[in-house]
Write a protein that binds this ligand. Sequence first.
Ligand code: DAH
Length: 346
Amino acid sequence: MQSQLDSALKEAADAAGQIRTRAELEALKARLVGPNGSLTLVMRGMATLSKEERPAAGKMVNAAKAQLDEILATVSARVEQAELAALLGPTIDPSLASPDVASGSLHPLTRTRERILATFRKLGFVIAEGPEVETEWHCFDALNTPADHPARDMQDTFYLPKSFRSIDALRKGDEDLLLRTHTSSVQVRTMLSRKPPLRIVAPGRCFRRDAVDATHSANFHQVEGLWVDRHVTLADLRGVLDFFVKETFGPEAETRLRPSFFPFTEPSFEMDIRSPNLGRLSDRWLEVLGCGLVDPKVLESCGLDATEWSGLAFGLGLERIAMLVHGIDDIRHFYANDLRFLRQFA
Ligand code: DAH
């Protein structure tokens, strides 16, 4: 009998190592303690033993059963572990070092934009936004730019096919949609949606049908500024822009306003700067932005009484500022995603 028990235990121990699933575990149990299991048969055999033989045989069987339970418990725990692991998916060890330890950094244009916005925030300007797909009216008409103005030419502006009509355009009638050529359209949207006094800066992407070269890109970025209040003057314009230039190019930077023309400002200026911090460009005047006092016609297009309200506006090219600050000589670097360029700003 002991040898029968031993062989049943050996069978259990040998099979135990192979078992991976609950079904296999149940099959093993059936082979040992099922109705025709090897251990069941041994126990049934006890009925043929004499009264004297039974206690010793009972002890042997109990000992064998205890050993068997232990084997089955071990296998059962392993199967449960395997089931849980399958449920949780591949195991990871969160204490191991990540193979990808390099951290990213902001794109130089993003950093320049954030710096510029932070500067104007100090002067009480808040951020405004407008759509990149714009109506002709918001981009040109409301900004006092007549239908025959060269900027509206098909050669300069990306017009969208009629099928791209937005709800906005449909409501306004039969209007052409275009990719905005400047962020000045956000001036219009802001004055239409908010009551003055207001001070906003509007960063955003602009589009022009320019041939790409070192200083032109069909896709570029601007930051627009608008301040509408009672009695806004050229002194305010100078004050705001001088502050911006000194924060961006250093306190030694000088500024000058050169008379110019934009349809939406009167008078209009280009602002030049000169700063000793600009390396080989330190000794020259450099054009950095367009600005002026908001033309009364623009205020009126936006439903404001031009005898009560006045404004100043400016628009700068983000790429141009970033190129001057960092001494970058080709605008295409910003869009090439070349890590050798980008890592220099990390
Ligand atoms: N919108 C002009 C451009 O894209 C830039 C500009 C000039 C914006 C004068 C202004 C401004 O707000 O007052 O060239």
